[in-house]
Ligand binder design. Structure first.
Ligand code: URP
Ligand code: ZN
Ligand code: ZN
Ligand code: ZN
Length: 462
């Protein structure tokens, strides 16, 4: 731990203390990215960013913790968890995990229990898309939701109707639309809306909190808004890319340029991005993730003749803090206080690690950034810290730059230079029963008492 004094004026400090002058700048809790995939395997390949390069990029952009997704190994959560703990050994910043559930039996049910009670997990992701790989049906979803509720763990959903997406993909191929635009056309916003509506209603039926990851469309936003108006505990996470971009890029005549925009759910037609911004500013959506899942051009090129073979995913772990500042604060859509909430504090509260994370308080981890609102940034693949050779935000310029990142009490980013040490990041255990579970038992009791006593009937004599 370095001794660091953040000064707005210049008080007298002993000379073994590093002094950072924050005059005219904002001193804030480091960002927490609730959604990134580092060293993820897909289509037989691994993403170019592993836990070291992805986290180094994150630190250069003012994010000091991320939550990754454990992908089960042959359906086993335990094997998946062990695999990811190994991948994360080279971490240079703190991290936590969500665990995906892709099949259902007694073993998986027991493993969920072990994950929560012994491994520091308090959230499970269910994919309604990726038919034949990760996709779950409604029966599994209900079993999973019940289990999450009993453990005090948050159910998360990737909301797209996987059967309909599969049908849409066949339709595109039959029509000869094999390029990246076929990806977007095969999975329209309506399929995201349907799956969002369905999971929200099933979570309501079980009476358990729900977290919708990577909300990309107006259709999904409307379902979340409707549910929240009824008091249902539904959290919605837009991504940096979804807020900053529309999906016109997949129509680029250059294949590699088009393919870099490909992710699931897809970036949408112009207008959805603005609606996501509005939903974030009005509290319909609560926190911003990235879904950082970076592939280089040669990997994307494997889908040259068939969009179904293009690995899904865009970058954002380094860009999120800058983009949210520029798009939301600089434009006047949210306050600086709200910025801290949507990039850090709310994530810490939802995943029950507040105030260790998401705050600058006595006893909190010293994860702190200095953001200069008058400095500007420009995003390019040449200058970014990700290992990817492309950047979905290429050429984006904006105001508000993270000039200093302090992670775990050490200055790791200053004067555009990274000082990161592999292995210095810590695994952050996330305990169950966050505030989202407060009073759930009372709601259950109210539901039970609303049911009439069983009707007594006379035996039929006919
Ligand atoms: O395109 C995406 N989102 N890739 C990562 C996997 C997921 O669905 O989150
Ligand atoms: Zn997903
Ligand atoms: Zn994801
Ligand atoms: Zn940089």
């Amino acid at each position: 731990m370095q001794l660091i004094a953040l000064t707005f004026t210049s008080p007298l400090v002993p000379d073994h203390v590093t002094v950072l002058d924050a005059t005219g700048k904002f001193v804030m809790p480091g960002g927490i990215d609730p959604h990134a995939h580092l060293a993820m395997n897909g289509l037989g390949m691994e993403t170019v960013d592993d836990f070291f390069s992805g986290q180094a990029a994150a630190l250069a952009g003012g994010t000091t913790m991320h939550i990754d997704f454990v992908i089960p190994v042959n359906g086993s959560l335990t094997a998946g968890f062990e695999t990811y703990i190994k991948k994360a050994m080279k971490s240079c910043m703190d991290y936590g995990f969500h665990v995906a559930v892709t099949k259902w039996d007694e073993v998986v049910s027991k493993e969920m229990e072990i994950m929560v009670k012994e491994k520091g997990i308090n959230s499970f992701k269910f994919f309604l898309a990726y038919k034949g790989v990760f996709m779950v049906n409604d029966e599994l979803l209900l079993e999973g939701f019940k289990k999450c509720k009993s453990l005090g763990a948050l159910a998360m959903v990737h909301a797209e109707n996987g059967d309909a997406v599969y049908e849409g993909q066949k339709r595109m191929i039959e029509l000869g639309i094999t390029g990246p635009e076929g990806h977007a056309l095969s999975r329209p916003p309506s399929l995201e809306g349907e799956a969002t509506a369905r999971t929200i209603r099933l979570a309501s039926f079980v009476n358990t909190p729900l977290y919708v990851v990577h909300v990309m469309s107006i259709d999904a936003v409307e379902e979340i808004a409707r549910a929240r108006k009824t008091g249902q505990r539904v959290i919605g996470e837009p991504t940096a890319a979804g807020l900053a971009l529309d999906g016109s890029g997949v129509w680029d005549p250059d294949f590699i340029t088009a393919a870099k925009f490909l992710m699931s759910p897809p970036l949408r037609a112009p207008g959805h991005d603005k609606a996501l911004q509005a939903a974030l500013s009005t509290g319909v959506l609560q926190l911003v993730g990235t879904d950082h899942c970076s592939w280089n051009s040669t990997q994307k090129a494997l889908g040259m003749n068939d969009f179904r073979k293009i690995p899904n995913g865009v970058n954002g772990i380094e860009e999120r803090m800058h983009l949210v500042w520029d798009i939301m604060v600089e434009s006047g859509q949210i306050s600086v206080t709200d910025y801290v909430r949507v990039t850090s504090t709310e994530c810490a509260r939802i995943f029950n690690i507040y105030p260790r994370k998401g705050a600058i308080l006595p006893g909190s981890d010293a994860d702190i950034i200095i953001l200069n609102p008058n400095s500007s940034f420009e995003i390019t693949a040449k200058s970014h810290h990700s290992r990817s050779d492309t950047n979905v935000f290429e050429g984006t310029k904006g105001k508000g730059k993270v000039e200093v990142t302090i992670a775990g009490g050490r200055i790791v980013w200053e004067n555009d230079e990274l000082k990161v040490v592999p292995g210095s990041g810590k695994y952050v255990e996330m305990p169950p029963f966050s505030y989202l579970f407060d009073g759930i038992d009372k709601l259950d009791a109210k539901y039970l008492s609303s049911l009439k006593a069983p009707v007594k009937r006379f035996k039929s004599t006919a």
